[in-house]
Design a protein around this ligand. Sequence first.
Ligand code: PEP
Length: 257
Amino acid sequence: MARKPMMAGNWKMNNAIGEAVVLTQEISNNWRKDWEDKVDVVICPPFVDLKPVKTVLEFDKTKIFVGAQNVYWEEAGAFTGEVSVPMIRECGCDYCIVGHSERRGLFGETNEDVNKKVRALLGGRLAPIVCVGESLAVRDEGTTNEYVCAQVKAAFAGVDADDAAKCVVAYEPVWAIGTGRTATPEQAEEVCAAIRAQLAVLFGEETAQAMRILYGGSMNPGNVDVLVAEPDIDGGLIGGASLKRDSFIQLVKAVMQ
Ligand code: PEP
């Protein structure tokens, strides 16, 4: 089955409003109408940039999607410092990253939290980009596929096949994120194929074949081609290389070919 590729930029805690608007405008200026059918481009800036970024894209009528990097599962109330699904939807988000390894590792996000966020997003008609990935210790133990598939199973608990089909999974080995050390295409493909097999167990073969699985972890214009040539890798979730116009545009073009 032909899946539409996706290239998503995770800006992390970079780019205050002024810089965010400039970078978005640069990306938007490079966007071409014929990209629309060939790739879904997603920009995931910090919360405070969501509305300004969306405003630039709306003004330009550029079909680039906006995603948040995190969300809370409750709709409103006494949850100091949190931001809800309706709030990010009102900012123009279509997507939201969930369970990034920095959220899991630095902020104690559990598989249960990830599942609550996934279900809240789907309930609010937003598409989660669910991040999974193993540490170096897990890889060295030789239990990567089991570990990652358990994360997938936990993230999608209670989700039905129709909703799952709207979700994206990002395989991001923790040891490859921001380190310059990329998984080999064979390593990445092995895990992405295992994720798809797990999705097939959960939701059936047809849904699993329709769902997009991205690779993330030091992907850049120099290594993108060999990674996205793998049959189960449908694009990238990009940190560092999404912060520069030229590298991000090169990545988008690479996944379209
Ligand atoms: C990420 O943060 O999701 C990521 C993949 O980062 P980097 O591309 O910098 O490794």
